[in-house]
Design a protein around this ligand. Structure first.
Ligand code: S3P
Length: 195
């Protein structure tokens, strides 16, 4: 009788926190990664919307970006106390030094890095991101890329997300990068389980 090939099983020891610009794939890859590792998935944007009982564009319009950022920080710090899982963060969250410190203390950060054209292709038809609801949104996105990439580069692990890559391959790339990072560290993020 043929048996399905056993998939490698890992135990996650701390939260994996996905960071990167809008359109990097943090939510879609995060969900799949969590599924693969059989752990919880959280999305900071969703958690803020639930806490505020309001969608992000409305939050920005009513209370402004600074207030959104405060809420975002609180939500992320709370989610980081929930133990091992996968947390997808809104694109601006990692810019806040307190958020970066909380992530560094509790988890491991993974930057999903993509080129401007790839990001633009993925976000241009959506109206859910207030920062892009402006004249010349492609230029705005390019400006954010220039401003933010040096900060995302502070993440523990970097994984490239090229145009057209299939999500499952991205998940494998993230796992590979985490394993490579573990090889350099005393406290691994992924512990291989005996089959
Ligand atoms: C933002 C990104 C959005 C959301 C908000 C602000 C940003 O999340 O948090 O619109 O500053 O880049 P995604 O990166 O999930 O789109």
């Amino acid at each position: 009788m043929e048996t399905a090939a056993a998939k490698p099983r890992f135990r996650l020891t701390r939260p994996v926190v996905l960071v990167g610009l809008m359109g990097a794939g943090k939510t879609s890859i995060g969900k799949r990664l969590a599924q693969f590792l059989e752990v919880d998935f959280w999305d900071s944007d969703d958690a803020i919307e639930t806490a505020a009982a309001m969608q992000i564009p409305e939050l920005f319009a009513r209370y402004g970006e600074a207030s959104f950022r405060e809420g975002e920080k609180r939500v992320i710090q709370r989610l980081l106390t929930q133990g091992p899982g996968v947390l997808s963060t809104g694109g601006g969250a990692f810019l806040d030094p307190d958020v970066r410190q909380s992530i560094a203390e509790a988890g491991i950060s993974v930057w999903l890095r993509a080129e401007l054209e790839t990001l633009w292709k993925r976000v241009k038809d959506r109206s859910t991101r207030p920062l892009l609801q402006k004249p010349e949104p492609r230029k705005v996105l390019g400006g954010l890329l220039l401003e933010r990439y040096p900060i995302y580069a502070l993440a523990d692990v970097v994984v490239d997300s090229p145009d057209g890559i299939v999500p499952d391959e991205m998940v494998q790339r993230v796992l590979c990068a985490l394993r490579a990072d573990d090889a350099l560290k005393d406290q691994p993020t992924l512990v291989e389980m005996p089959s």
